[in-house]
Design a protein around this ligand. Structure first.
Ligand SMILES: Nc1ncnc2c1ncn2[C@@H]1O[C@H](COP(=O)(O)OP(=O)(O)O)[C@@H](O)[C@H]1O
Ligand SMILES: [Mg+2]
Length: 380
């Protein structure tokens, strides 16, 4: 593997053998695939010819909005790279389009967070190709497992959940907007249109359209997310974007996927993560207590890390629970339904839970956990 590539857009890297490039020298847009990844990295001077000959490639799945390819160079542990290119049309059943420029936001998010988090907790940007809507980053540790996969397989580690809360608290703490206004290094996250395209429209507004009697309540929660610009918000803080190495007290987490990062309401990240844990409790009722414990551990660690800057944990919790009420409904009747919630009775259960939250019957995490304990449906 070569050293970090200095060139970002044009011109060659000194000392690198130049070849006619099918990607850089033509006006043709480059489409990232498993086949094109290694020649592309070679063209860009990111990897050397010897490394390109032995490299192996793997398309990474999971997301619907990008092509993500991992390139491993044998014999060079830790030298794996990941290339991510944004798509305009998302791979979901209905039509859903998003601006490809969001990939630049993602790169900016990683660079910003490099100051807030330990280097072991986020990728490092190795190369950026703005014209082709992609960037190259370092890969998560090779022994890492996707936390979503671990959770779904029944491996619920509350210490990992704590670490996940800890990191979110650090992000929100570091990026808090003060009375002096938006700090200069956060200005580039002020535009919220990616958040609207990828979250508010397909989640909140799609759920509101499916439940007209809840539309005002849902719109009020959407407004709370858009209008209270308090911190950098990750926007996709979910288990599938967290890679875990190790277990228990020595577990380390590696955070991914910053394309929805924006200046907004930290409540969104809290509710988004809790939504994933709640949906998993409904999906696997036999493990509900463990998912609930993980949610508690996440919440406590977030508060301990200074996430609640206003010093009003009760208010933060009630705002988070209301947002959770909307997000639960969105993962059933929005544009991106949770793929593992398949049974009609589970969907109805989630709709009822959401309505109980938005109607004010369930106002705290304890209320929700108690309701889950008392009413969860048996597994199919
Ligand atoms: N730097 C990386 N190291 C290891 N795995 C990665 C890396 N980036 C992405 N992945 C894997 O690829 C999947 C999709 O990437 P992600 O950035 O989350 O794209 P999307 O926005 O499409 O969800 C992730 O869930 C993760 O499993
Ligand atoms: Mg992702």
């Amino acid at each position: 593997m070569t050293q970090r590539r200095a060139r970002r857009e044009n011109g060659g890297t000194p000392g690198t053998e130049q070849m006619p490039s099918p990607f850089i020298d033509s006006m043709m847009p480059f489409n990232l695939t498993a086949d094109s990844a290694v020649p592309y990295l070679l063209d860009r001077g990111v990897i050397a010819r010897a490394a390109a000959r032995t490299a192996t490639v793997e398309t990474l799945g999971g997301g619907v909005s990008n092509v993500v390819v991992r390139v491993n160079v044998p014999g060079e542990p830790g030298a794996s790279l990941v290339i991510k290119q944004s798509l305009r049309r998302l791979r979901v059943a209905g039509d859903w389009f998003a601006d490809r420029e969001r990939i630049h936001r993602e790169r900016a998010g990683i660079d910003y967070l490099a100051c807030a988090l330990p280097p072991s907790a986020i990728p490092r940007v190795v190369d950026e190709d703005k014209g082709n809507f992609l960037f190259v980053m370092t890969a998560a540790p090779p022994d890492g497992v996707n936390w979503k996969d671990a959770l779904l397989s029944g491996h619920v580690d509350t210490a990992v959940a704590g670490r996940v809360g800890d990191i979110l608290g650090a992000i929100h703490q570091r990026s808090a907007v003060t009375d002096a206004g938006i700090p200069p290094d956060l200005q580039e996250f002020a535009d919220q249109h990616c958040f609207v395209q990828l979250r508010i429209d397909p989640y909140h507004r799609a759920a509101a359209a499916a439940h007209p009697d809840l539309a005002d309540a849902i719109e009020a929660e959407a407004g709370r997310m858009l209008n209270h610009r308090r911190t950098l918000v990750h926007g996709d803080y979910s288990p599938k974007n967290i890679i875990v190495s190790g277990a228990g007290a020595s577990a380390a987490v590696f955070l991914l996927d910053f394309e929805v990062a924006h200046l907004g309401n930290p409540v969104f990240d809290l509710a988004f993560m809790l939504n994933h844990l709640t949906l998993k409790a409904i999906h696997r009722p036999g493990l509900a207590q463990q998912y609930n414990d993980a949610a508690r551990s996440f919440w406590a660690a977030y508060l301990a890390a200074g996430g609640d800057r206003a010093g009003d944990a009760a208010r933060l919790e009630s705002d988070t629970v209301r947002q959770l009420g909307v997000l639960l409904l969105a993962r059933v009747d929005g544009k991106s339904p949770a793929e593992y919630i398949t049974r009609d009775e589970q969907k109805d259960y989630i709709r009822r839970l959401s309505r109980a939250v938005l109607g004010g019957e369930l106002a705290s995490l304890d209320d929700i956990h108690r309701r889950l304990r008392m009413t969860l449906l048996p597994a199919a």
